[in-house]
Design a protein around this ligand. Structure first.
Ligand code: TNX
Length: 503
């Protein structure tokens, strides 16, 4: 059998050498180690092969242990010879070493299983490697989100941004404003059923994500994208402001225009705003932020800020300053879409999320730079390369195309430090957003997200200078992901750009 060369690892590790042989994987193999990664490895091997390895005391054929000296945070070393050992710098590193080991596991032609012999030493390039799931346009329940976490964390992605509110629905229980979920949770884009997370649901997601070393970043989108708030509490929002593009797009898609106080089921943007000069709006924001902060062990709360097209600039800037200050008061670091960088007094340390193009247009670069001036940093989500909801090709049945069509190669070929004129150290990393206007099921989400999320994972994890950081290498290694994704039931898009392996 011709083995794929180089080692079939995605994202590419810092360094790896392949051995000649293979380590057979049978039910006689034992796994030792004092870490949740041990049962995670055993379960994943069973899902893939049907073989259940035994958990045992050392010495065993596969050993997992922690030693902070082996690599930087989240890093690990892995060696597979006659036996295998994974040494994590910390629990996250151990978990990532397990993901790498699983990528070395292959079915041989006679149906037996083995690990490719290899030595790997690895650690991430960027601390922030994220995906976003829009649960507002369409709602995805706890089990769907857990599956998404599994698939994302296996690519060494470590942040999950949940877009919890938008014009079409409100998705998180807030005890002090109960009508949000009662009245604004039931609907979704296109008239599909909505849904929301109770606090216990949300805690379950956060805990599950943590067990896969992902930090959840909750987003409440403000001051725009807030029509649904007005379905619950009309006094908090302005009447819809219609723009020409919204009117034209709605006509083209046959979607009704937003009507104050009624659920909005179209996809048009830029028509809603909370009442920026009403004291009660800030009582609302404070309560929501306080309750969300309590549910959030992670350091970040995202407060939106995109596409407030009907909001006068001065009002928007005032709101941006106030809302980011409220998040700081609640003990969290604010995150905002780059537009909030228009506000001179945005809270110090606010993290900006840049969603302009890889060649910035208009005021986007200036707005992004403001976060850095204010002592914050940036997450890169360029819409023309990192957006998971853009179509792969014009005729792809799912997704949108406003930022372009993004085939796998386009998703792969961009560099986070080359987009904006800011110091490299100001780039925290990468996030790939999936907006859900067109995706009604998790399978549809997966078709848009995979394989392109793997491209973003490699950009965020792998060293820029690695010889494997080329499209040809990535393409070959990505093809080897097919059997893993199939075993996990991930409905990836089998793009014709890639030669997918059977085993
Ligand atoms: C723009 S990107 C939006 C979202 C849409 C998305 C669709 C951004 C911050 N806002 O409201 O869902 O385009 O691709």
């Amino acid at each position: 059998m011709v083995l794929p060369h180089p080692l079939p690892l995605v994202p590419a590790p810092v360094s790896a050498t392949a051995g000649e042989g293979r380590m057979p994987v049978t039910a006689a193999i034992r796994v030792a180690g004092d870490s949740p990664a041990v049962p995670q490895l055993i379960d994943a091997v069973e899902r893939r092969t049907g073989i259940r390895l035994a958990q045992a005391e050392a010495p065993a054929e596969i050993t997992l242990r922690i030693d902070p000296a082996v690599a930087a945070s989240e890093g690990y070393t892995l060696s597979v010879g006659e036996t295998a050992e994974i040494v994590g710098a910390d629990e996250a590193g151990l978990f990532y070493g397990v993901q790498t080991l699983l990528q070395l596991l292959r079915e041989d032609e006679d149906g037996s299983w083995s690990l490719r012999q290899a030595d790997v030493s690895d650690a991430p390039r960027f601390p922030r490697r994220g995906v976003m799931l829009d649960v507002a346009r369409h709602f995805f329940g706890v089990d769907d989100v857990k599956r998404f976490i599994d698939a994302a964390s296996a690519l060494k992605l470590n942040h999950l941004h949940l877009h919890l509110s938008d014009d079409q629905g409100w998705r998180i229980e807030i005890a002090s404003w109960p009508l949000l979920t009662e009245r604004a949770g039931a609907t979704a884009a296109g008239g599909d059923p909505g849904g929301f997370y109770t606090k216990d649901d949300y805690r379950e997601i956060v805990a599950y994500a943590a067990s896969r070393h992902m930090i959840v970043i909750p987003e409440i989108d403000l001051p725009g994208h807030t029509h649904a708030i007005g379905v619950a509490y009309p006094e908090l929002v302005e009447a819809p402001v219609l723009n020409d593009e919204l009117i034209a797009e709605s006509a083209r898609l046959g979607q009704p225009l937003p009507v104050a106080g009624e659920p909005y089921l179209g996809w048009g943007v830029g028509h809603s705003s909370v009442r920026i000069h009403e004291a009660r709006a800030y009582d609302f924001v404070r309560d929501v932020v306080r309750e969300l902060a309590k549910l959030t062990p992670g350091p970040y709360l995202h407060v939106g800020g995109d596409e407030s097209l009907g909001t006068p600039q001065a009002d928007f800037d005032l709101f941006a300053e106030r809302v980011t200050a409220i998040v700081v008061e609640a003990g969290k670091t604010p995150v905002a879409w780059h537009e909030m960088g228009s506000a001179p007094g945005i809270a110090e340390g606010t993290v900006g999320q840049y969603w302009g193009r890889t060649t910035p247009e208009g005021t986007h670069a200036e707005e992004a730079a403001r976060f850095v001036e204010r002592g914050g940093a940036l997450i890169l989500s360029p819409s023309n390369t990192a957006y998971l909801d853009m179509k792969y090709a014009e005729d792809f049945p799912l997704g949108l195309a406003w930022a372009g069509v993004i085939d796998v190669r386009t998703a792969y070929e961009w560099e986070p430090t080359a987009v904006l004129d800011v110091p490299d150290a100001a780039i925290l990393g990468v996030e790939a957003p999936l907006w859900s206007e067109t995706t009604r099921t998790l399978a549809e989400v997966e078709r848009l997200a995979f394989p392109r999320a793997a491209a973003q994972a490699e950009i965020a994890w792998s060293p820029r200078e690695s010889p494997e950081r080329t499209w040809e290498s990535f393409r070959a290694r990505l093809g080897a992901m097919a059997p893993l994704w199939k075993a996990e039931g991930i409905d990836f898009h089998p793009s014709a750009e890639i030669t997918w392996s059977d085993r």
